[in-house]
Design a protein around this ligand. Structure first.
Ligand SMILES: [Mg+2]
Length: 274
C-alpha cells in the first residue's frame, strides 16, 4: 500500500509535466482523483492492457472527463500505451486530446460532457446482468457534476435494477470551476439522496489508499444494490499551493510554480517510500 502511495505522487509528477508542457490542463481535479485511479488500476479492477476487449474485463468510465491528464498517466503507467506518448498531449494531431476518447487503448467511452458517465455505466452494468457476466463497472464523477439531472436518472435506474455490479465514486472535493459547491449547488446530503434511489452509500477519505481499499472491498461485497463511494478528497492534493483552490481547476503553472511544485511532489514521493 505504501508503494502505491509513492506511485500516486509519481503519477502527479507526470501530470504536472504534461500540463506545463501543453500549457493546458486540470491540475485540481487530476490531483484530487489520483489515489482513486491508483486504487482501481493497481488493485481493484480486473483489467489487462493486452486484452482491452475481453468480455469479462471490468469497465471504467471517467465521467469527469476533464481530469484526463490523470487518466492518461495511469493508463500509460499500467502499460496501455507507451509513456513517451504522453509528451504529445494536446499537441497538433495527437490523439491524446483534452478529454478521454476511445481511440486510446483502455478507454471505454468518450467523456467530458458532464452527467453522461453514470447513465452509460448503468447500461453497461445492466448488460452485464443480462449476460450473467462477472465484470464490474466503475465510474468517477465530480461533485459539481451532481447538479446534472442525468446523474439522477441513472441513479434511479441503477437502484431499480439492483445493479450490485456497479460502483460510482464521487470526487467530493467541495470545489468546482466556479467556486465552492455549497454556494453553487449544495451537495451536503448525499446519504439521503443516493439512499432514496436504493444505493448503498460509503464515505471514505479519498486521498487515503487504505480507506479507498476498504471502500472498494465493501462495494464488491454489497449485494442487491449499487454502491456509491463519497470520496472526501482535496482538490489539487499533493502541492501546497494548488490544494483547495478553485483557481487551480484549470490553471497552468508558471515556470517558478512548475519547478517548486515538482520539487514538492518529489519530496512527498520519497517520504511515501520511507
Ligand atoms: Mg469538485
Amino acid at each position: 500500500m505504501e508503494n502505491l502511495k509513492a506511485k500516486s505522487f509519481e503519477l502527479r509528477k507526470d501530470i504536472w509535466k504534461m500540463i506545463y508542457k501543453a500549457k493546458t490542463g486540470h491540475t485540481g481535479g487530476d490531483f484530487s482523483i489520483c489515489d482513486i485511479l491508483v486504487s482501481l488500476y493497481y488493485k481493484h479492477m480486473n483489467i489487462s492492457p493486452e486484452s482491452t476487449d475481453h468480455p469479462n474485463r471490468d469497465r471504467f468510465i471517467l465521467s469527469k472527463g476533464h481530469s484526463v491528464e490523470a487518466y492518461y498517466s495511469v493508463l500509460a503507467d499500467r502499460g496501455f500505451f507507451p509513456k513517451e506518448e504522453l509528451e504529445t498531449y494536446s499537441q497538433y494531431q495527437s490523439k491524446y486530446i483534452g478529454h478521454p476518447n476511445n481511440k486510446i487503448n483502455g478507454i471505454e467511452m468518450n467523456s467530458g460532457s458532464l452527467g453522461h458517465g453514470l447513465p452509460v455505466a448503468v447500461g453497461m452494468a445492466l448488460a452485464g446482468k443480462m449476460d450473467k457476466a462477472s465484470y464490474r463497472v466503475y465510474t468517477v464523477m465530480g461533485d459539481g457534476e451532481l447538479a446534472e439531472g442525468s446523474v439522477w436518472e441513472g441513479a434511479m435506474a441503477a437502484g431499480h435494477y439492483k445493479l450490485d455490479n456497479l460502483t460510482a465514486v464521487v470526487d467530493r472535493n467541495r470545489l468546482q470551476i466556479s467556486g465552492c459547491t455549497e454556494n453553487v449547488m449544495s451537495q451536503d446530503n448525499q446519504d439521503a439522496r443516493w439512499g432514496s434511489f436504493g444505493w448503498h452509500v460509503i464515505h471514505a477519505a479519498g486521498n487515503d489508499l487504505k480507506a479507498l481499499d476498504e471502500a472498494f472491498t465493501q462495494a464488491k461485497a454489497t449485494k442487491g444494490k449499487p454502491t456509491v463511494i463519497i470520496a472526501d478528497t482535496i482538490k489539487g492534493y499533493g502541492i501546497s499551493f494548488t490544494e483547495n483552490k478553485a483557481e487551480w481547476h484549470h490553471k497552468v503553472p508558471t515556470e517558478a510554480e512548475f519547478e517548486n511544485g515538482l520539487k514538492e511532489l518529489e519530496e512527498r514521493r520519497i517520504a511515501a517510500n520511507e
